[in-house]
Design a protein around this ligand. Structure first.
Ligand code: AMP
Length: 431
């Protein structure tokens, strides 16, 4: 299906052709016709499916079909996204789609100067792309108003909920007059997500690109069972031996990210860091170096890498398994994008086996295990001894995996038994 057949103006189609877009992706095929008819949309689609164009092209076309005076009190479309990186990416995409037409896009997000954003807002905005926190600051200062909003988009809505933006969303909604056409995009679904959708959307058309909570079909998943303390060596070994050229590595902690980058560099592999302690400019520079191929590896924490669009990314490595199975879906959404083959590799220590089982249940797929000779994990008894002697760490909910009292030792033993049972159940899952 071509973009011209969807009634987009030749100037938009010309820009899309220059972006390399010839045909609509599945999410675009499903969402664009409804969006063009002015309907609300609830879409389950992950990053990499072409969702940005799916929601933004109908908005852009409508803005040029029905021009209105441009001012900061006349924002036509508001697009909310959870992170500054995603906001930056969405606004850049829209700028490239609108390069031959007169549509003004402004991005506002935290970590950048208020004053320069204020100046842009003062000039008038057609499409505003924003993170919730910074947007509220601008609303409170009267820098922008949504009295005449025609379109409202929530991108990665599940992420916004995870990050605790529900209050911020309600504050923003209290400043929105009437009911703009609203589109909500989310990679995963949950009861909280459904409740939000019910509040925000009017008779929405549902768009489901993959089965809910499933991962892109073009991704090959592989698990390397390995002990925690051998992961660093394994990473260098695989990158070198398999000659992986562009590798996004996810870790759970900033400290791990720092260590992994240091080790990779010692092994002669050029790696950059992307985590929350890094300034926005440093993160952007790291991303540029990674995208351009100057850096072969980018090591990132979940929050920092959320929503990043790195075109044609061939390899994603879960150096640590995510705390939540849903995060696996988000992480590997960086690879296998827009129809290209991707490769998702997970390093799974014995301690992380339970998460692996949860992930397999979520994506309804058994992930292939590959054992690299020399990296076989030690046996379970050795693991128990090691777990008891290791310092505790805390996950996002503040749960510790290893306190040293007797009760916890017993809990761990029960957990290990549960893992064993679950693992034997998993082997029955479909290959
Ligand atoms: P998104 O899911 O919006 O982050 O898009 C993922 C990637 O697919 C981005 O690099 C887009 O530029 C690209 N893309 C989006 N739509 C198309 C299309 N119709 N044809 C080719 N590439 C596309």
């Amino acid at each position: 299906m071509s973009f011209l057949s969807q009634g987009f103006s030749p100037d938009i189609v010309r820009a899309l052709t220059e972006c390399g877009y010839e045909k609509l992706t599945p999410v675009q095929q499903q969402a664009i016709p409804h969006a063009r008819r002015g309907q609300d949309i609830l879409a389950h689609a992950q990053t990499g499916t072409g969702k940005t164009a799916a929601f933004s092209l109908p908005i852009i076309q409508q803005i040029i079909d029905e021009p209105k005076p441009r001012s900061r009190a006349n924002v036509r479309a508001l697009i909310l996204a959870p992170t500054r990186e995603l906001v930056d990416q969405i606004s850049k995409n829209i700028e490239s789609y609108t390069q031959y037409i007169d549509v003004n896009v402004v991005a506002v997000f935290g970590g950048a100067k208020m004053s320069s954003q204020e100046r842009k807002l003062e000039k008038g905005v057609d499409v505003l792309v924003a993170t919730p926190g910074r947007l509220i600051e601008h609303m409170e200062l009267g820098n922008v108003s949504f009295a005449n909003l025609d379109f409202l988009v929530f991108d990665e809505a599940d992420r916004m909920l995870d990050m605790g933006f529900i209050g911020a969303i309600r504050t923003i909604m209290s400043g929105v007059v009437g009911h703009p056409q609203t589109m909500l995009f989310s990679a995963t679904s949950s009861p909280q997500m459904n409740a939000l959708a019910q509040d925000l959307l009017r008779k929405p058309k549902r768009v489901i690109v993959n089965a809910e909570n499933s991962t892109a079909e073009t991704v090959a998943h592989v698990v390397y069972p390995v002990d925690e303390d051998r992961k660093r060596e394994l990473l260098s070994e695989l990158i070198g031996r398999k000659n992986w050229q562009q590798v996004l590595v996810f870790v759970n902690y900033k400290e791990t990210a720092n260590e992994v980058v240091k080790e990779l560099k010692l092994d002669g592999i050029n790696a950059v860091l992307c985590h929350g302690d890094k300034a926005q400019s440093a993160r952007r520079r790291a991303l540029e170096e990674f995208k351009s191929g100057k850096a072969r590896v980018m090591v990132a924490t979940e929050v920092a890498a959320r929503g990043l669009d790195i075109q044609g990314l061939p390899h994603v490595v879960n150096y640590d398994m995510p705390f939540l199975a849903e995060d696996y879906v988000h992480r590997i959404g960086r690879t296998g994008r827009a129809g290209q083959q991707g490769h998702a590799v997970s390093f799974v220590s014995r301690e992380e086996e339970l998460t692996l089982v949860q992930i397999e249940n979520l994506i309804q797929q058994r992930i292939k295990r590959v054992q690299l000779a020399g990296y076989e994990p030690a046996n379970r008894d050795a693991l128990l001894v090691k777990m008891q002697s290791k310092p505790a760490y805390k996950d996002r909910q503040g749960r510790t995996n290893n306190a040293d009292d007797q009760g916890n030792a017993e809990r761990r033993l029960r957990l290990m038994r549960a893992i064993k049972n679950k693992s034997s159940k998993t082997t029955r899952l479909k290959k």
